[in-house]
Design a protein. Structure first.
Length: 395
């Protein structure tokens, strides 16, 4: 087999990336004239431009002053506000789309955001990359997430089950699609990806050790990473999901597929011996791991002697009367062991009334204002929407 059978050329990879992007918008089924709400302008406002190209009437929900000024002339209506509490009436849009948006928001707010999107739109769509599947991709994602945390920002990719569970809670009918590259990208993809991350991290003053490790990864001539799988989920009321019409493959990819099929057919010799690759170049088993994964820890058998491996104690399991607790066990002051279990009787001290007193309530009532130990005015935790303020979020 030729290397082109499992590694894209540069031209192939760029064509495949454009094709997958077209398939994503086919799955969203945005129709001409529909009112579309997008969560933020995103990376270079690509999703906004794509929706406008399809003839949609686009509104962007945004709160960042810099992004608002940069894309003021793009042709979309601005709705200034937060996705946690959207300043719009019920059913104001045909579809609300969170396009590569929610992985930059703490998962604690995902349910609230999707509920708000479901309130203001008939259909709700989530487009998100899946977590990396290869070891090197996982390491790069981990370094980037660390840099984001150091800048006070958020970055975490979720599996499709996370989005499916949340979407089922806001809409009755759900369609899901998964789009993935069929082969390994060319080496330039790794270098371009790291270069883009470094540009973002430098602007956010990321720790130097993280930046240097990413540079080391990019300098490896044999390093390759897999592009993330793209998940698309669309929810609506029963019977309101439009059927998507998917774009045909680009001619370049079709010609290359046909050429490889013809080459394989002519490669067979008279004795019909085929050349096969037994293992892919990059996989979770033999791919480049940075750093190497630690060996699995040994499992400790804690079953008593004579108990078979298949034994699972029932929920109402009570130790037999012969059970003796370990010497390090010290019961709490108010602990009263059941008779016959072998636990020692807790000591008492009549001279100290607090010794042996029952435990306090599990959640003690905080002191009231003005009481001794009460916090001063203005002290305490206050909730704030995750995307409020004027600071720039991650690109």
């Amino acid at each position: 087999m030729e290397i082109s059978d499992y590694v894209y050329s540069v031209a192939e990879f760029e064509a495949e990336a454009r094709y997958i992007e077209a398939l994503i918008w086919d799955a969203l089924a945005v129709r001409e004239g529909e009112r579309v709400l997008l969560c933020g302008y995103g990376d270079e406002a690509r999703a906004v431009r794509a929706a406008l190209d399809r003839g949609a009437v686009v509104t962007v929900l945004e709160s960042r002053d810099l992004a608002i000024a940069e894309f003021a002339e793009i042709g979309a209506t601005l709705l200034r506000g937060s996705t946690s509490v959207i300043p719009a009436r019920d059913a104001s849009f045909e579809i609300a789309i969170a396009y590569h948006y929610l992985h930059e928001v703490d998962p604690l707010f995902h349910s609230q955001i999707l509920s708000e999107l479901a309130r203001v739109a008939s259909r709700v769509a989530v487009v998100e990359p899946a977590p990396p599947s290869d070891p090197l991709g996982k390491r790069i994602a981990s370094l980037y997430a660390q840099a984001k945390r150091a800048a006070g920002l958020f970055e975490r990719y979720q599996n499709i089950d996370h989005w499916k569970r949340l979407m089922q809670g806001v809409k009755a009918e759900l369609a899901q699609h998964t789009f993935a590259f069929a082969k390994v990208p060319p080496p330039q993809y790794l270098r371009d990806t790291v270069a883009l991350l470094l540009d973002t991290m430098k602007a956010e003053a990321a720790p130097e050790d993280i930046i240097e490790e990413l540079r080391t990864i990019a300098r490896r001539s044999d390093a390759q990473i897999l592009p993330p799988v793209r998940n698309v989920l669309v929810g609506a009321a029963v019977g309101d999901l439009p059927a998507p019409l998917f774009t045909a493959r680009p001619p370049l990819l079709e010609r290359n597929i046909a050429a490889r099929a013809a080459a394989k057919a002519s490669e067979q010799s008279v004795d019909r011996v085929e050349v096969r690759v037994t293992e892919p170049i990059v996989s979770q088993e033999n791919g480049y791991e940075f750093p190497p994964l630690p060996p699995p820890s040994e499992k400790v058998d804690i079953r008593p002697p004579g108990v078979p491996p298949s034994f699972v104690p029932p929920p109402s399991f009570v130790p037999p009367p012969s059970f003796v607790p370990p010497p390090s066990f010290v019961p709490p002051p108010s602990f009263s062991p059941p008779p016959g279990t072998g636990f020692p009787t807790p000591p008492t001290n009549p001279e100290n009334p607090a010794f042996g007193a029952p435990f306090p309530p599990p959640f003690a009532t905080p002191p009231q204002p003005g009481a001794p130990g009460a916090p001063g005015a203005g002290v305490g935790w206050q909730w704030e929407p995750p995307d409020s303020g004027t600071s720039e979020p991650p690109v």
